[in-house]
Design a protein around this ligand. Structure first.
Ligand code: XMP
Length: 547
């Protein structure tokens, strides 16, 4: 999880205004907490977000808390179950993270995973040792004792699981049955159904453990007695209800960018507070062709929302005049954005709440160890924060959701696929896709060229498999020949990448005929361009955006 460096998570909404990096979010101030909750205590493994996701896929709401969370706080949440996650430490190591042993006496079912298992064994009097050989990768799990083990109920006698551990439990604590083993782990699953405690040495949350979800479901439904009634519909209902109560009689404002997170957040809050919500669309003139007008029209006319379209492109161009340094552009745009937003918000009058599209990964990361050490590659526009004098309370209705859940929520709220599946777009917009100084003329060229690649990729049915595809206007001119005439005109680079999360990326292997169409259309339709090149660099070493 060290992707938080300079960029928080990969937001595709440019204009959201997040609190300054590292600032914690007020707990419980947004999307309502459903009745059935399973807490995941985070001991630092890479896969912890996956545990919460798998649990949610079983329609049980799940939330990750730092392992240091006091037992009293956990009990206040009245969880139906607690999962102790994996982690890189060794229970015997100095400073190893631990938990309050009272947890095991609380009567709440507990599932330990990997380090969580070793910790449970260690604290309850079992034996944990360093393995002679690290067990890493796929291995076969054999059920040894089915009768006493609800956790392994319904699993085949032998099944593949994914292990990654250096320590192992060699003797379970008293009262536990060993219900499965593997070649490297004599105690691969241990269960005490009386105290409702159980643990696994492998990782049920990863896809390499095909029966992992069944095992987690056994924990949720057989140990915890969950009902599994958490759905997007119930989430929407609870969240709207909570916002209604919290914001009753107050004015609410939202920075709408047309990106999926801010759009979904705004629509959800609008359902709760209606006319009391004013969305501010700061149009910095650096959006793609027809994008600003399209977004404003959609939210106003189709969703019936109150949207203020602040046309500020002249101001932004003014700020960008003569600026060629990428960081200089980013910082100026970020500052100007806040200024414009703030000025507009002031005219609304006494506004108490600000809506933000913060997602769950941001919340987890802001509560975790901020690395703070990573080099700043690019200053992200949406990390600027609000000026301190704007003392608004936050409504963050998505702060408990993962990105794919936000998409599902958007569709359920009636947002069209174009918004829900909109490709990521940087906050500073086309300014970081024009190398050198940004001018009105260059913006027009880039908008036209970019519209061509977007149309052609969508037309070829490739828009879902390609993470981002766009045009970049280079800061150079080259010689060409058009109808017997010499030309000396601009060059456009095409950038298209495949990626899982934007942190790493590969250049997209777009079929030649599609590339060919994009190139000839740009050359024919966009004045001032006589050369098109295709960027075949992965990230790293390049970044996705050119600036
Ligand atoms: P890079 O260029 O760093 O981009 O490889 C990774 C992802 O982040 C997007 N990006 C931004 N998103 N504000 C954003 O909300 C920004 O300032 C920003 N800069 C880059 C980029 O489009 C890619 O998806």
């Amino acid at each position: 999880m060290d992707g938080r460096d300079e960029r928080r998570s990969n937001h595709d909404h440019g204009a959201d205004v997040l609190p300054p990096d590292g600032q914690d979010f007020p707990p419980g101030k947004a999307g309502a907490e459903p009745d059935e909750l399973v807490v995941v205590l985070d001991f630092g493994a890479q896969y912890n977000q996956l545990i919460a996701r798998r649990i949610r896929e079983c329609r049980v709401y799940s939330k990750i808390l730092p392992s240091s969370t006091p037992l009293s706080r956990i009990l206040e949440l009245k969880p139906k179950g607690i999962v102790l996650s994996g982690g890189p430490a060794s229970v015997y190591g100095a400073g190893a993270p631990t938990c309050d042993p009272g947890l095991f006496r609380s009567g709440i079912p507990v599932l330990g995973i990997c380090y969580g298992m070793q910790l449970m064994a260690h604290l309850l009097g079992g034996e944990v040792e360093a393995a002679r050989r690290r067990e890493y990768g796929r291995t076969t799990l054999r059920i040894t004792e089915r009768a006493g083990g609800p956790l392994v109920s319904g699993l085949p006698p032998e099944t593949e699981v994914w292990m990654s551990h250096g320590d192992l439990v060699t003797r379970p604590p008293e009262g536990f049955l060993v219900t499965a083993c593997s070649e490297g782990s004599p105690v691969a699953v241990m269960e005490d159904p009386v105290r409702r405690l159980c643990a696994v040495q492998f990782h049920p949350e990863v896809v390499h453990t095909p029966q992992g979800k069944d095992l987690l479901a056994n924990f949720l439904f057989r140990y915890c007695g969950c009902l599994g009634d958490w759905t997007m519909g119930s989430f929407i209902e609870n969240t709207i209800q909570e916002i209604k109560v919290r914001a009753a009689g107050e004015k609410v404002v939202c920075a709408l960018s047309g990106g999926v997170d801010s759009s979904v957040a705004a629509v959800l809050v609008h359902r709760a507070v209606g006319e009391a919500l004013t969305c501010i669309f700061v149009d910095h003139g650096l959006l793609r062709k027809d994008e600003a007008a399209g977004a404003v029209t959609f939210f106003r006319d189709r969703m019936g929302m109150h949207v203020r379209h602040v046309e500020a492109s002249v101001r932004f161009l003014e700020r960008l005049r003569g600026v060629t340094d990428p960081e200089g552009k980013r910082v100026r745009i970020g500052r100007e954005f806040i200024k414009v937003f703030e000025e507009e918000a002031r005219t609304i009058g006494d506004t108490r709440f600000l809506v933000q599209g913060t997602l769950y990964p941001d919340v987890i990361e802001s509560g975790g160890e901020g690395s703070g050490k990573a080099a700043v590659i690019k200053t992200h526009h949406n990390v600027g924060g609000l000026p301190p004098e704007m003392k608004m309370e936050l409504i963050e209705p998505l702060r408990h959701l993962f990105k794919d859940e936000v998409r599902a929520l958007g569709l359920e709220l009636g947002l069209p696929e174009e918004i829900v599946w909109r490709q990521p777009f940087p906050g500073p917009g086309l300014a970081v896709r024009i190398l050198g100084e940004v001018t009105g003329e260059k913006l027009e060229i880039l908008k036209e060229a970019d519209a061509v690649i977007r149309e052609e990729i969508a037309g070829a049915g490739l828009s879902r498999e390609i993470w981002q595809y766009f045009a970049v206007l280079l800061d150079l001119k080259s010689v060409g020949v058009m109808g017997d005439e010499r030309t000396y005109a601009r060059a456009v680079a095409l950038r298209a990448v495949t990626s899982e999360d934007g942190m790493t990326a590969d250049w997209a292997k777009i079929p030649y005929p599609v590339l060919n169409r994009v190139s000839s259309r740009i050359l024919n339709e966009v004045d001032g361009v006589n050369r098109v090149v295709y960027d075949i660099t992965s990230k790293p070493p390049a970044t996705i955006e050119w600036e």
